[in-house]
Design a protein around this ligand. Structure first.
Ligand code: AGP
Length: 367
């Protein structure tokens, strides 16, 4: 192979551990502290064009789509532009309305995912403007877009994506910052986010340092045939990504749900053999999240709570994983990291091929 896993047992582990460096790379040279903004030269959008954007539509597949959901929240919160993400594989089959004042964003590690590529071509055929968040330089999607942000994650080999997703999230943070500062985001808020972004690589290092703890928890989760991953609002795409990673390499049934929707159905499945991994950031929803977790505990469901040290779980019976607090908008990426390691250690414990899970390809280039 052109790249090798070196001293690491797998590419996935190597790529997980590379995340502080790839996070530094995607941010490097793109933060303008003086003006509290980002500088993304490759977008090919001037201030007037930026102000004319009335909506942002993000398209990607699988994990790239879930990070796209995180990106949509960032754009709505920071730039106050209506934004949403959709699976590119669905978008192009429903004869979507392409609007001239919508900014379309295609997100892809490989830049070769056929569903995303064909969505980009369809949008451009209809006169829409598309920018790319792409890792592989010169890839098909990168070439088709009107502009974009290269992610500089470095080569990613393991089928289960990790470091590329982290750089996608940071790429969206930069995009939201730049769009926001041309619109209503204050210079003070821009600077606050820049400081938060600069702390991210160290926060990642700190989280990765708790690997032993995650390994113990993962072994317990690996025994279950079926698990839930729950979160709400900012935490929901984190839960989706956590479930995706877990099922890809552990082959366990892992289902993501909005915590708020549990009582509308899936609570019926909760019992001692079905663990739940819950994402509970220290935000305005923390108390409601904890109340919902009591409903799970009352039915004997084992709980792992990925949260912040400042969240009071009261008398809830749960295993907690605390991640460092950053700026609230940036929480999702830090909450995602322990989930990568839970999936990794579960698959390792079960003896699966970590880098090449059954039935999956690194990039899906045929329809
Ligand atoms: C991630 O762990 C998956 N293997 C998969 O969902 C992946 O993110 C998706 O296929 C998109 O790939 P891309 O980023 O190369 O377009």
């Amino acid at each position: 192979a052109a790249f090798d896993a070196g001293e690491h047992a797998s590419y996935m582990l190597k790529e997980i551990l590379e995340q502080p460096d790839s996070a530094e790379r995607v941010l490097r040279g793109r933060l303008v502290e003086r003006f509290g903004t980002a500088h993304l030269g490759g977008l090919n959008l001037d201030a007037r064009e930026t102000r004319a954007i009335s909506r942002v539509k993000i398209l990607g597949c699988g994990s790239a789509y879930y990070v796209g959901q995180m990106g949509a929240s960032l754009i709505e919160e920071l730039a106050r532009i209506p934004a949403d993400a959709e699976a590119a594989s669905e978008f192009r089959y429903r004869n979507p309305i392409i609007e001239p004042d919508t900014l379309y964003v295609a997100v892809s590690q490989s830049g070769e995912t056929v569903d995303t590529l064909l969505a980009v071509q369809e949008i451009r055929r209809k006169g829409g403007r598309v920018i790319g968040l792409v890792n592989v330089v010169g890839s098909a999607i990168a070439r088709e877009c009107d502009g974009g942000i290269y992610l500089h994650a470095g080569p990613e080999v393991a089928v289960a994506s990790t470091k590329a997703l982290t750089t996608m999230f940071l790429g969206f943070s930069l995009l939201a910052l730049q769009l926001g500062r041309v619109r209503d985001l204050s210079i003070a808020d821009g600077r606050r986010l820049i400081e938060g972004l600069q702390r991210i690589p160290d926060h990642i290092r700190q989280i990765l340092g708790h690997d032993d703890e995650y390994a113990t928890i993962a072994k317990q989760l690996a025994e279950a045939e079926s698990l839930f991953f729950v979160g709400r609002v900012r935490g929901y795409p984190v839960a989706r990504e956590g479930a995706q990673k877990f099922k890809e390499i552990s082959y366990r049934h892992a289902e993501a749900y909005q915590t708020s929707e549990l009582k509308h159905g899936p609570l019926a499945l909760i019992e001692a053999s079905v663990p739940t991994v819950a994402i509970v950031p220290d935000d305005e929803l923390a108390d409601r999240n904890v109340a919902a977790l009591h409903e799970i505990a009352a039915r004997g469901g084992p709980l792992v709570v990925v949260t912040h040290a400042t969240v009071d779980l009261g008398d809830l019976t749960a295993t907690r994983i605390d991640v460092p607090a950053c700026e609230r908008e940036l929480d999702p990426i830090l909450l995602t990291l322990p989930l990568q390691l839970l999936a990794y250690h579960a698959a390792l414990h079960l003896g699966h091929d970590i880098d090449k899970p059954r039935n999956l390809a690194k990039s899906v280039t045929v329809e």
